[in-house]
Design a binder for this molecule. Structure first.
Ligand SMILES: CC(C)(COP(=O)(O)OP(=O)(O)OC[C@H]1O[C@@H](n2cnc3c(N)ncnc32)[C@H](O)[C@@H]1OP(=O)(O)O)[C@@H](O)C(=O)NCCC(=O)NCCS
Length: 151
């Protein structure tokens, strides 16, 4: 497994990893456009195939995880955690004091990963996700203080 800071040339690999991780994937153009945006950075993890992807935005001292996903075949091998740790490092270097993300309240695996990294529950957005025939789902807002360095 190899984790790299992404450039727009990595958009196809990022889209591939995203399509494996999510039911509603973002396409190559989405990733190209995102990576050209101000304050945006991303990572891609490759094994033989694209295995994981993360995109983060830092604005005015706040970092936000826009997406993080790992292909099912690559899960529970530390890829998600490695992506998050890498993003936390870059966000800190960029001067961000806090990091936010939103996660489906029912996504226990992802919530466990974020709590393990020190994220705390900061709020709830009711009916945030549109799950089509399954109705709407609430999002948990989670926050990590980047000014204290956990050891
Ligand atoms: C959530 C996700 C990114 C985790 O990626 P991953 O590479 O499997 O995570 P890691 O292997 O780095 O997990 C690190 C730790 O997080 C916790 N964790 C991760 N997935 C978990 C799960 N399904 N159930 C319980 N704990 C989990 C565990 O503590 C795990 O450590 P362990 O394997 O030693 O027990 C991945 O499952 C995924 O892409 N899911 C679909 C998309 C998604 O939900 N993205 C997040 C949207 S906010």
């Amino acid at each position: 497994m190899k984790l790299e800071l992404a450039t727009p040339a990595d958009a196809p690999a990022m889209a591939s990893a995203h399509a494996q991780a999510f039911d509603t994937p973002w396409d190559e153009m989405d990733f190209e456009d995102l990576l050209e945006g101000a304050g945006i950075f991303g990572f891609v993890v490759r094994d033989e195939d694209p295995a994981g992807v993360l995109v983060c935005r830092t604005v005015a001292g706040e970092a936000e995880i826009l997406t993080v996903g790992v292909a099912p075949w690559a899960r529970r091998r530390g890829v998600g955690q490695a992506l998050m740790v890498a993003a936390i490092g870059v966000a800190r270097e960029a001067g961000a004091g806090e990091m936010f993300l939103e996660v489906d309240v029912a996504n226990a695996g992802a919530v466990a990963l974020y709590e393990r990294l020190g994220f705390a529950r900061a709020g709830l957005r009711k009916a945030y996700y549109d799950r089509g025939a399954n109705g709407r789902a609430d999002a948990l807002v989670m926050r990590l203080d980047l000014t204290t360095r956990p050891d």
